[in-house]
Design a protein around this ligand. Structure first.
Ligand SMILES: O=C(O)CCC(=O)C(=O)O
Ligand SMILES: [Fe+2]
Length: 257
C-alpha cells in the first residue's frame, strides 16, 4: 500500500463518528461487513443477519452494515486481497468482514484465536505504526483431560513465531497458525531489538526471540535497527483485519428462529 492510500484510510477511519467505535480495555474497534460478531463467554460467537441496516434488535443482535467505500472502492483493499489468491477457496472468494482496530502506544491484544466462524485465513493490514505480532501455541494437554478448544488450556509463553509488522504491510495468517495457534500483540510502548545479521538474526531484547522477517523489512529506520539494534517506538496503529465469514449454515439457522 502506498503512503497516500495509508493517509487517506487513516483519515477515513478517524472520521467515523464516536458511536461507530466500540471501546475495549486495550484498543477500540469498528466492525464492518455483511455480518457482525458478538462476544460470548466462549469467545467469538457468530451472529448472522442479512445486510439490512439498522442497529440493535430486541435479541441484542447487531445488524450488518455494508462495507465502507474506503475498503472496497479506494483503496480497493477487498479486491486487492482477492487478487493475491489467498481467499480463492473461501466461501465468497474474498473478505466479507473487516474489523478496524486502533491501538495507542502501550495497547495490544491478548493471545486469542480468531475462531471457527471464519474461513481460516485472515489478512491484517497495518497503518500508521509498526507493531510486533506473536504467534503462540498451547501447552500439550494434560493426559486424559477433556478440554474445550480454548477454555482452560494453558499457553506456552514462548512465541513460536514473531513478526514485525511495518506500516502499509499486510500479514496473512492461515493453516496451523490460524487453526491451532493463538496470536497477540504485547501491550508495550516500544520494541527493543538486538543487533543481528544472517548468522544471528536480530532478536527482541526482552523475550530473546528472533524477528522472523528481519531481512524483509523496508523502512529505513527499521532496517537500521535490525542491523545495529535499538528501539522502535510505537505510535498509534490502525489495523484492518479482513476475513471471510464461513458458516453460512449458522446464518440460515439463525434466520429461521
Ligand atoms: O490488530 C491486529 O493486528 C490484530 C487484531 C486481531 O487479532 C483481531 O482482530 O482478531
Ligand atoms: Fe485475532
Amino acid at each position: 500500500m502506498q503512503e497516500d492510500e495509508e493517509e487517506y484510510l487513516i483519515r477515513k477511519i478517524k472520521e467515523y463518528p464516536q458511536q461507530r467505535w466500540k471501546q475495549l480495555a486495550n484498543r477500540r474497534l469498528q466492525l464492518w461487513g455483511e455480518l457482525r460478531l458478538r462476544n460470548s463467554p466462549r469467545g467469538h460467537l457468530l451472529i448472522c443477519v442479512p445486510s439490512a441496516g439498522g442497529e440493535l434488535t430486541s435479541k441484542n443482535v447487531l445488524i450488518a452494515q455494508p462495507m465502507p467505500s474506503c475498503v472496497d472502492t479506494y483503496p480497493d483493499i477487498i479486491n486487492r486481497l482477492k487478487d493475491t489468491g489467498i481467499f480463492t477457496r473461501s466461501p465468497h472468494g474474498k473478505p466479507n468482514h473487516v474489523i478496524m482496530n486502533e491501538y495507542l502506544p502501550g495497547q495490544g491484544i491478548m493471545p486469542h484465536e480468531d475462531g471457527p466462524a471464519y474461513f481460516p485465513v485472515v489478512a491484517t493490514l497495518s497503518l500508521g505504526s509498526h507493531s510486533v505480532f506473536h504467534y503462540y501455541r498451547y501447552k500439550p494437554d494434560v493426559e486424559g483431560a477433556q478440554l474445550e478448544r480454548t477454555e482452560g488450556r494453558s499457553i506456552d509463553p514462548a512465541p513460536v513465531l514473531t513478526v514485525l509488522l511495518e506500516p502499509r504491510s499486510v500479514v496473512i495468517s492461515e493453516r496451523a497458525l490460524y487453526s491451532t495457534h493463538l496470536h497477540a500483540i504485547r501491550e508495550i510502548e516500544e520494541d527493543l531489538i538486538t543487533a543481528g545479521n544472517a548468522a544471528a538474526p536480530p532478536m527482541l531484547a526482552d523475550l530473546g526471540v528472533p524477528v522472523a522477517n528481519w531481512d524483509r523489512v523496508t523502512g529505513a529506520d527499521t532496517i537500521r535497527v535490525m542491523s545495529e539494534g535499538g528501539a522502535l517506538k510505537r505510535a498509534t496503529r490502525y489495523s484492518l483485519t479482513c476475513r471471510d465469514v464461513e458458516k453460512v449454515a449458522q446464518l440460515k439457522a439463525f434466520m429461521k428462529r
